[in-house]
Write a protein that binds this ligand. Sequence first.
Ligand SMILES: Cc1cc2nc3c(=O)[nH]c(=O)nc-3n(C[C@H](O)[C@H](O)[C@H](O)COP(=O)(O)OP(=O)(O)OC[C@H]3O[C@@H](n4cnc5c(N)ncnc54)[C@H](O)[C@@H]3O)c2cc1C
Length: 471
Amino acid sequence: MSSKNTQAGADILIVGGGLSGTMLAVQLLRLPGRRRIVIVESRSELGRGEAYSATELGHTLNGNAARMSVDPDNADDLTQWLGDYLAAGGWPESDEQQVPVAELFPPRGIFGLYVQQRLAEARAVGARHGSTVEHMRGEAVDLQSDASGVVLTLTDGTLLMSRFGVLATGMFAAARTPQRDSNALNAAAVDPWDVNAMRQLDPGGRVLIIGSGLTMVDAVVSLEQAGHRGPIDVFSRHGLLPHVRRQPPAWPDFLGADHSIRSTRQLVRALRMQCEQAIAQGIDWQAPLDTVRVHIPRLWSQATDLQRRQFVRHVRPWWESHHHRSPPPSARLLDRFVEEGRLSIHAASLLSVEEPHSGQVRINVRYRGDDQPTVETGAALINSTGIQYDWRRVDRPLTRQLLARGLVQPGPLALGIAADPGGAVVDAHGQVSSRLFAMGPPLRGLWWESTAVTDVALQAKALAARIVTSV
Ligand SMILES: Cc1cc2nc3c(=O)[nH]c(=O)nc-3n(C[C@H](O)[C@H](O)[C@H](O)COP(=O)(O)OP(=O)(O)OC[C@H]3O[C@@H](n4cnc5c(N)ncnc54)[C@H](O)[C@@H]3O)c2cc1C
């Protein structure tokens, strides 16, 4: 396993320096003990990943500052940081939201600065007891692991050895995966977060967007910023738009009080009743819904595969649009576009994408209730179908190698990879690793909700404690 490119051993090697990898490093640095942490990250900056590299001010968090702390022990952490940032003259446009700091929806790029500052502070704490963190820039393409540790290979052949490895590789955009039916879509579509590509589009041309979730919301915000003024048509199977996030009052934790609720059907029935009660009392239905979030990991991990499948099939579209809500500034923009007749949402399935013709993209869709397909044409196509969680369909060297080596196996419903509840990965033979861990989106199958800021923050703290107590 050694070569002239072999680097001195690390204690903890983290693959991926987005929010997950960075917050894990923060938590490790804060713990007593001397350890060398190396983060392998292909981007130039740590703490950002796809989500927090956003340069558009209109690409905001989908929750307000009070909900997005990265410190599980201090819910006000982001609010406090943001207050200082505003006081120092940062983000002057925040005045437009006209709400207290805790209720602001910060741009995701600014949230990235917050994460980076927490890392800088943790570095200083770690330095006091001899702990360090290094950013090794590059792409990890292979990993070997045995009872003594892990060896990671980078694209240039460099080998990194470590006692522990952590897969914090995040989300893989569906647009970049070689799914059989999305090849043509990938080739023809604009990346929903590529702000520069939006500026190149015909400003008056019709834009077709596939997918109607929060990624679509980002794309519409970018189109507006890029000066696009033409019609936008959004196609998704159910035609459901994300609801706008409001600030509902507190509501009793009905799931905490009743652990007999386990199946999808029981959950939906109970939730419906709670929402009806809330509405009857003049209270926002978001109040009872918001109490459910914290119980999802427990409910999902207790469920059978059949129950999970039922949830994905029947409840998921509804869950996505009701739970993953739009930040109010973006929702207002979408409402305005709908009122002006510029934005239309269609319940229609994408059947195929044709070769562009005379500068026009052509797609075949089937509108809900129709037997026959319809051809739709536009000046541009945006793929907002979201995230590919099935690692077998992710076309990246590291994920391929990990599967080929049998070091990981697909998680429940092939969502991410299998792991024990503490994040230790399970290999193809069902063995729980003592050296290799995962966190964040790769654990989607284990917890269902494993990507939001609060999920990642909690996992980072628990995993750091587990790693430092492992021998
Ligand atoms: C556009 C977007 C907006 C979001 N908005 C919100 C929000 O408002 N609120 C909320 O709670 N959550 C939001 N999320 C969800 C969540 O906060 C993020 O997905 C979060 O960034 C997950 O962090 P991560 O580090 O696990 O993954 P990522 O951010 O995807 O980072 C993974 C990193 O790993 C690196 N990497 C991967 N493989 C390799 C490799 N082989 N070698 C080297 N580097 C590698 C990548 O370059 C990347 O930087 C959003 C997600 C997205 C994509």
